[in-house]
Design a protein around this ligand. Structure first.
Ligand SMILES: CC(C)(COP(=O)(O)OP(=O)(O)OC[C@H]1O[C@@H](n2cnc3c(N)ncnc32)[C@H](O)[C@@H]1OP(=O)(O)O)[C@@H](O)C(=O)NCCC(=O)NCCS
Length: 179
């Protein structure tokens, strides 16, 4: 398996992977929504506000994840939020997702990112170091529909501490449907 940071010329492959994965797990409507989110993330986000990581085998994408910048108005730490992440349906449950996220988080740490956030199933994301945080500790850009899915981790030697908001996200995520 080959790990790649910010692959070039793979935009359509990435969109297709997310569309197929989310259509299989949550239906065609969600597949289309996430595919459009990824298209916007890849085309609208300034280069310094996005990190894309992939694992591939023999030229085919097995998994991919996207991190985009979250800006906290009263906090000078560098924060990125993970989402979405996908592993192709035929290869799920084989450790690919965790391998991808571990490697991606290591790259972010080496790049000087202070904090990673995500919004999803705590049972899954705790496997790669995320822990539940409250909206008081880390304000989200929108009121969360599922506050128990708001998760964070420090990527530095400093332990987790509250992030001072308000926060803002990149344009692709600037829609309450994602929160
Ligand atoms: C979620 C996803 C990325 C995980 O990747 P994966 O390669 O299948 O996961 P891994 O093999 O690394 O990890 C498997 C472990 O996570 C658990 N797991 C997998 N998907 C899970 C989910 N959606 N919720 C909770 N736990 C999950 C498995 O039970 C397994 O646990 P174990 O190690 O204790 O046996 C992948 O299943 C996927 O693409 N799902 C559809 C899209 C999605 O839901 N994305 C996440 C929201 S953005």
């Amino acid at each position: 398996m080959t790990f790649t940071r910010n692959p070039t010329g793979r935009e359509q492959d990435l969109i297709d992977l997310f569309k197929a994965t989310f259509t299989a797990s949550e239906g065609a409507e969600e597949g289309a929504l996430i595919a459009e989110l990824v298209r916007k993330q890849l085309t609208e986000t300034p280069a310094d506000a996005i990190h894309v990581f992939t694992l591939e085998e023999e030229g085919s994408l097995l998994g991919a994840c996207v991190f985009t910048r979250l800006t906290y108005a009263e906090d000078d730490r560098t924060v990125f939020v993970l989402g979405p992440v996908a592993v192709m349906p035929e290869r799920q449950g084989q450790g690919i997702g965790q391998a991808l996220l571990h490697q991606g988080l290591r790259v972010l740490r080496d790049a000087g990112v202070d904090v990673a956030m995500t919004y999803g199933d705590p049972n899954y994301y705790q496997k790669v170091g995320f822990q539940s945080v409250s909206e008081d500790e880390a304000p989200a850009p929108f009121k969360l529909q599922f506050p128990h899915g708001w998760l964070g981790q420090s990527l530095t030697d400093r332990p987790w501490s509250a992030l001072k908001g308000p926060s803002s996200c990149v344009s692709a995520l600037n829609d309450p449907v994602f929160w």
